[in-house]
Design a protein. Structure first.
Length: 732
């Protein structure tokens, strides 16, 4: 369990932590000199059941609330500290509001400095506290009256003999936590306090913390590992160390103890948002050397091959699949009732989440303005990329960073900048909110008629898709499961009914295509995409086509897809004539005979030859370049390869051998494919003159062929050039 302190400046938070653990969390010279906490402090307390409680001691000064928020994110238990002489103060209320906004529902209150006032004053303060907590998640939190200073002094005296000298040599067994020397004293000091010495309420509080830790449900560990970095430093002999709270997942070091090995899990971690790969040499969890760090623990990671200057508070050490940088996130924002700000379009706010703090501008999505006490969906726009996860809590402070005005929950960390207030977009956010509340993924997939990429879905739910239908015992976060009618097709997860709707759209598009262009044999797969599903994922596209082919809803002839009724059945006479016409077209190479020439050569009416060639086109055996000019499919295939090579596409197949009758047309302008190890350049535009020279045809014929490829969707015209489409394939 991680315990976070909260309370006004000089109310005894650090003294109370010292009394509980024996650790002085004020480690800076300035903190010692001024007697106040400036930075986050850390301490650990072993529990009787073998657990280790982690403490995050936060500063109470109003100018250091941003530091307090960094410590409050990710804690399990809030310890609200109030001095008996001052009573409830401004930062007491602000810190309580922050605990509520970050979702802390477990806690206790410690009234300190009871030795400085009489019993009547202590009772008055306790009444103030209960009134303040009424209506909050901590309304039933127990109140402890403690004299932390006296107990801390006793603990310090008892543990004085255990202090290491300043020049203790470093050994491989030295803990990597910079606070390890002080934390090593915690056990002996705690033992003293439990042995019978009077500590004026501290022992009761300590035992209550132990009981709460034992009753705390285990967190899920099947999520992606994410650690919010709140401190980074260099440790002599070890190198770079980062510390922070593990928000999700599990980090397992390999059995060899060498986290730098190829293929181990540490190799899959990155520093986010920079995206820099990191390797973990060793780790400490809850101030103990360990091979595993899990959600809900304080961890220190010893990183290899990275400098401290590359890391700052607010960064994440995370599974590379967990986070994706973005400058826009959509959130649920709730303003406090006493907020001094009405949030309108482009209102600047300081946003705190994890251990990060960034300035963002607000774009309301469901209203024009958010008033104090109100809740609304808004988009936060940052000037630099940040990383966040759906379900993370955040705190909002005013533009001057002097007052906490609200907070909320992150919904979509990959928000768009266009159509962000559309009905479809708001329904998408409703679906995410529903998923975060009750774990139901069906509304999310319902709002994704084209399905969701596995990578995007995993990032949204924070765990691998394969684990979504597996229960993992008691959890703090809601269990998320895939609906029963969800399908995984390639890299896409989609509801079955959406898959069926996509099939229906394809069949309707093909029917319209046949009606509009009855002489065309069909549409290739890229053209079908543009007609039916312009933004469909490649894996899902091909899977849908394969399903339709298998079920007989669609048939294929060469590269053409068509409905079963759109085919040409030949009579015996037509079949015999076709076997005479096709060799003539093949022998004609890139300049085959026209319909009139074929009719004359075979002593047939032109209309019969023309009609037969159109039937052969429907069977995929010929292609109609222009009226009365048909090319054999083998020659078209050669032209496709020629186009691809002229465009510099390395995946282009080599053209078939040029027929002897077309030797004069051999494509002298075709260049060899680049070395396969080099980066493929983008397709080049093909001009009519280049194609003319490569084929040996005249300019008019070259243009006719290029326009044919534009028409069927293999190329697209850009000014005076023709470029093969990236998704076009010619299957013959």
């Amino acid at each position: 369990m991680i315990v976070g302190t909260a309370g006004h400046i000089d109310h005894g938070k650090s003294s109370l932590v010292r009394a509980l653990t024996g650790v002085d969390t004020d480690r800076l010279k300035e903190e010692k000199a001024r007697g106040i906490s400036i930075e986050l402090g850390y301490a650990y307390l072993p529990a009787p059941d073998g657990q280790v409680l982690g403490f995050i001691d936060v500063p109470g000064h109003e100018k250091l609330v941003h530091t307090m928020v960094a410590g409050a994110s990710g804690i399990d238990f809030g310890l609200l500290v109030i001095a008996a002489d001052d009573g409830v103060m401004p930062q007491t209320r602000e810190h309580l509001a922050i605990l509520q906004l970050v979702g802390v529902t477990r806690g206790a209150v410690a009234i300190t400095k009871i030795d400085c006032v009489d019993a009547t004053r202590v009772a008055e303060v306790e009444t103030q506290v209960l009134a303040m907590l009424a209506g909050t998640a901590l309304a039933d939190a127990p109140v402890f009256r403690v004299n932390a200073v006296a107990t801390a002094a006793a603990a310090a005296s008892a543990s004085a003999g255990t202090q290491d000298t300043p020049h203790t040599p470093h050994t491989p067994h030295t803990p990597i936590s910079a606070d390890a020397t002080l934390n090593a004293k915690a056990s002996s000091a705690a033992t003293l306090d439990r042995s019978g010495s009077s500590d004026d309420g501290v022992a009761a509080l300590r035992e209550h913390l132990f009981a709460c830790a034992a009753a705390l449900p285990a967190r899920r560990q099947d999520g992606f590992f994410r650690l919010a970095v709140d401190r980074v430093f260099t440790l002599a002999g070890r190198g770079t160390v980062v510390t922070g709270t593990v928000f999700s997942g599990r980090l397992q070091l390999p059995a060899t103890g060498n986290a730098a090995e190829e293929g181990d899990e540490a190799a899959q971690l990155v520093l986010a948002p920079a995206g820099t790969p990191v390797r973990v040499r060793s780790l400490h969890a809850q101030n103990r050397a360990a091979s595993v760090g899990v959600a809900g623990q304080r961890c220190a990671l010893n990183l290899a091959a990275i400098d401290t200057r590359s890391i700052e508070r607010g960064d994440w050490i995370a599974d590379e699949r967990a986070l994706l940088p973005s400058t826009r996130i959509d959130v649920d924002l709730r303003l406090l009732a006493d907020a001094d700000t009405t949030v309108k379009a482009w209102t600047p706010l300081h946003i705190h989440w994890g251990a990060a703090r960034r300035l963002a501008h607000v774009v309301p999505l469901t209203t024009d303005a958010v008033a104090p006490g109100a809740q609304a969906r808004v988009q936060l726009v940052f000037d630099k990329p940040i990383c966040a996860s759906a379900g993370d809590r955040f705190i909002a402070r005013n533009a001057q960073a002097t007052r906490t005005i609200g907070g909320g929950v992150i919904l979509d960390p990959q928000a768009p900048d266009r159509k962000r207030r559309s009905a479809a977009r708001l329904q998408w956010l409703d679906a995410i909110a529903s998923m975060l509340t009750d774990g139901d993924l069906a509304p999310v997939l319902e709002q994704a008629p084209l399905g969701l990429r596995v990578a995007d879905l995993q990032r949204l739910v924070g765990r691998p898709v394969d684990s979504l239908d597996l229960a993992a015992g008691p959890v703090l976060s809601v269990h998320v499961a895939l609906p029963k009618d969800a399908l995984r097709i390639g890299d896409i997860v989609i509801l079955r009914r959406h898959r069926d709707a996509l099939r229906d759209a394809a069949l309707a598009a093909l029917g319209k295509f046949h009606g509009d262009l009855p002489d065309e044999p069909g549409a290739d797969i890229s053209r079908l995409r543009r007609m039916a599903w312009p933004t469909l994922d490649d894996d899902l596209l091909r899977a849908l086509v394969d399903d339709m082919l298998r079920d007989g809803d669609v048939q294929r002839n060469g590269p053409w897809l068509h409905l079963p009724g759109h085919s040409a059945a030949l009579s015996d006479e037509d079949e015999a004539l076709a076997q005479r016409l096709l060799p003539d077209l093949l022998a004609g190479a890139y300049d085959p005979p026209w319909v009139r020439d074929l009719a004359r050569r075979h002593n047939q009416p032109e209309e019969r030859v023309r009609s037969l060639l159109r039937k052969l086109m429907r069977r995929g055996e010929v292609s109609q370049i222009v009226k009365d000019l048909f090319y054999h499919r083998d020659r078209v295939k050669e032209l496709v390869a020629l186009l691809a090579r002229l465009a510099g596409r390395e995946d282009a197949p080599a053209p078939s051998a040029i027929p002897e009758s077309a030797a004069a047309h051999e494509p002298a302008a075709v260049v060899d494919a680049p070395d396969a190890s080099s980066t493929p350049p983008p397709p080049r535009g093909i001009e009519a003159a280049d194609f003319r020279d490569a084929t040996g045809l005249g300019r008019k014929r070259a243009i006719q062929i290029l326009e044919f490829f534009d028409r069927v969707g293999y190329t697209r015209r850009v000014r005076d050039t023709h470029i093969p489409r990236a998704d076009a394939q010619w299957d013959l």
